[in-house]
Each structure stands twice: as C-alpha cells, then as structure tokens.
Design a protein around this ligand. Structure first.
Ligand code: ZN
Length: 421
C-alpha cells in the first residue's frame, strides 16, 4: 500500500477550468486523491492513519493535474538520422527510450499517448514500475496505404524496418479491417492511420494520398467493435482531414492545412485536434532527409495560419508535441505555443490535462484533481496563468506525483505526522 500524502497550503488548479483555489490541502491515499479542502479544515486523524502519512508544505506553490502529452514517439530520437534508424537493432531504440521516458515524466508529463514505435512492453514496464515514465496509451504501428506515410519500403519493395516503428500497409477496406485487428492483437489502445502523406516519408504528399474515406470508415468501425479504442488520424491536407472527420476518427493529428469548412465539421462532430505545434514551429533539423526539408518548406507557412484558425475557432484541442521528432522532455513548451496560437493559458492547461483525458476515454480515472481520480499531480512555484512558458523548464516542476507516489520532489519534508486540524 502506498503511504498517504498530504500537500498542505497550495493553490489548486484542478483541471476543470474554474479559478485557481488558494490555500488548499490535497490529501492522497492509496494512489487516489481523497480530499481537496481549505487548509487545515480536514480532521486528519479521523480520515488517515497518522503513522503512514507524509506531509509536504506547499506554501507558495500551485498544484495542477499531471500533464498528458497525446502525441509522442518514445522510441524515436530526433538525433538519429534516417539511415541509422533503419539499420540499428531494435534494442538501441528501446534502450534510448528509457532516459527519454524518464525525461518526459521529469517534465511533468504523467500520461502520454505513443502514436507508433512503442509496443506493449513499454506500457507494461511503466505500469509495473520497471522503468520510470508516463502512463502510456499506445498505437504501436501506423496503418498506411502503399506508398503512403507509413510505407517504409525501398522502391524495389524491400522492407526497411520491421520493428514496431514500421508502418503496415493495406489497399482496401478489407485490408484495413485485418490490419486493425492485427494491431489490436498486439495490444494497441489506439489505431493510428495515415489519412494523408507526411513530411518524414520519402514519396508521400502531405496534401493528400492517405487512406480513402471507405478505408477510414472500415478502421473506425472495426476499432469501435473492439470497445473504446479510438482512431487517431495523421492528416495534414484538408481533403484527408475531412475524410477522417466524416469517417468518425476521434483525433486529427497535426491538421496543418485544414480549411474553414472542415474546421466547422470538426466542431459539429466534436473531433479533437492535436496540433503538435512543437513540431510545426521547430527549426529545420540538421539530420532531416532532403524530402522532409522540401515538404516542410512548402507547408509550414500556410500551416501556421490554418492550424491557428482551427484553434481560434474553438475546436476541441488536446495537447500533443510529436516528441521524438522534437526533443523528449521539452513537452510543456507546447503550452505556450497553444497560447501563441489562440488559447488562453487556462484553456492550454485544460488541453494538456482534462481534455486530453476526455479524448482518451479516461477522464473518469485521471486528468483532474478531484476525489477518486488517480493522484497524478505536479506542483510549481511558477504562476501558470501569468507565466505559462516557464512551465516548459523541467526545473519548474518542484514536485511530481504519479499514482500517489512521489516521483521527484524538492520539498523539504515538513513532518511525517499529521498536524491537528
Ligand atoms: Zn507523430
């Protein structure tokens, strides 16, 4: 049993969108939030065993729900060039993911959705406490058409990679039903599809060239037949975005070239946008392949305007970075970018907490600081509403609690005895 934890006298931003509540105590028992109450108001000895209680003085700090990055690739490294990534053994990717996962958690990200590259062993190793990292939901692989964003074969058809990072290819609705079943068999929580081409693949076009609408519908229906599994659509050009939204995917990844009609459709359907602004706004990588450089050059300028229009129009937004393409552990840079592109600081925080959990179908478990929720929490001396960019510094995280356990803390231990209320 995890010892109980009392965080005294903090300002609480609970992830529900209301005003911050100063001078509150947060009590955590058995890995769950059990009470959030005005400081000193809880009759502690009556509600918790005083012999198994850690008390931290949080004066001056703000507590927020642990953050949720909805678009990462933990086994991809931005420093690895294309040739290395297809010639190195799978263990090299796996072992590099260990510090990457820790850096992600150190940054205040207690949950993440890996959208291709990590297999179920990563999720289970974290859940079992074998390695430190955010609780993971996984897509494992990307489903692609021949020649599409997930087709990593040579021109002659030789697979360049067969690890979980490699895409799988189909060319009919029946193919995509089978591929959906295959990734579910492998343990996927999400199905990732390439509804358009992308920047990082050699011969696909970001403007088009993904699964057809009939193929997308086949994936969505098959995923739905298997329970709560959602479909995440990598999509950049507006025709592919619109087809994915009409087919009923839960999230549009990137969405960079969306048009006004599709923004409206997303609003009507409640589809989430994961705009990955960290990747959109990053400087060109020195290891990028020439095709990536060329496609980025023609896409980025319009993308900034269009994805900004979608965010300002009020579509559902969930925070996602594409970490792995950008540096791991810099995830919360995305918060200030979301504000730069049109959200208020509070809306950006919600995008990275409760909205992310809602999109992921686990808002009843996590994503807010409320009694009964999994106790994932960060505390900081930064005023998140006044200085949101400062949250991007991992040093800003003075306390990180995951499932009720302290992952890291700079707090002096106040006492292990409860103070009488
Ligand atoms: Zn990605």
């Amino acid at each position: 049993m995890t010892p109980s934890l009392l965080l005294r006298n903090v300002t609480v931003i609970d992830g529900l969108g209301g005003a911050p509540r100063p001078a509150h105590d947060v009590l955590i028992t058995d890995g769950l939030f059990t009470s959030i109450s005005p400081t000193g108001s809880l009759p502690l000895p009556q509600v918790v065993n005083p012999d198994a209680l850690t008390v931290l003085d949080g004066t001056g700090h703000t507590a927020l729900p642990g953050f949720f990055d909805c678009h990462v690739h933990v086994s991809t490294s931005p420093a690895t060039d294309t040739l290395t990534s297809i010639t190195e053994p799978e263990s090299a990717k796996t072992l590099r993911a260990v510090p990457a996962l820790r850096a992600t958690l150190d940054a205040g990200v207690t949950s993440a959705r890996d959208l291709a590259g990590a297999d179920s062993g990563f999720r289970d190793a974290i859940a079992d406490g074998v390695i430190a990292g955010p609780a993971l939901q996984l897509a494992i692989r990307i489903l692609s058409v021949s020649g599409g964003h997930g087709d990593w074969r040579t021109v002659g058809g030789t697979p360049l990679d067969t690890g979980p990072g490699a895409g799988v290819v189909g060319d009919s609705p029946a193919d995509f039903v089978r591929l959906t079943r295959e990734v579910i068999r492998e343990g996927a929580d999400w199905i990732k599809v390439a509804a358009t081409g992308g920047m990082g693949s050699p011969r696909s076009n970001p403007e088009g060239g993904g699964l057809s609408e009939a193929e997308l519908r086949a994936v969505v229906e098959e995923a739905a037949r298997h329970g709560h599994i959602g479909v995440a659509a990598h999509s950049i050009g507006t025709a592919g975005i619109a087809a994915a939204v009409r087919a009923g995917v839960r999230s549009i990844e990137h969405g960079y070239l969306i048009d006004d009609a599709t923004i409206e459709l997303m609003g009507e359907q409640g589809t989430f946008l994961v705009p990955t602004l960290s990747t959109l706004t990053r400087p060109a990588s020195p290891t990028a392949a020439p095709w990536t450089v060329a496609k980025r050059r023609r896409t980025v300028q319009n993308a900034r305007e269009r994805v900004g229009a979608a965010i300002r129009a009020g579509v559902n937004v969930a925070l996602g970075t594409d970490a792995g393409i950008v540096e791991h552990g810099t995830n919360l840079r995305e918060l200030a970018l979301l504000v730069e592109f049109g959200l208020t600081p509070m809306q950006a925080i919600l995008a990275g907490t409760s909205s992310a959990a809602r999109m992921s179908g686990i808002l009843d478990e996590v994503g807010t600081i409320e009694p009964g929720k999994r106790a994932d929490l960060v505390a900081t001396l930064v005023d998140p509403l006044a200085q949101i960019a400062a949250l991007a510094d991992p040093g800003a995280m003075r306390l990180i609690v995951q499932s009720g356990r302290i992952h890291s803390s700079t707090f002096p231990l106040e006492s292990t005895e409860p103070q009488s209320a």
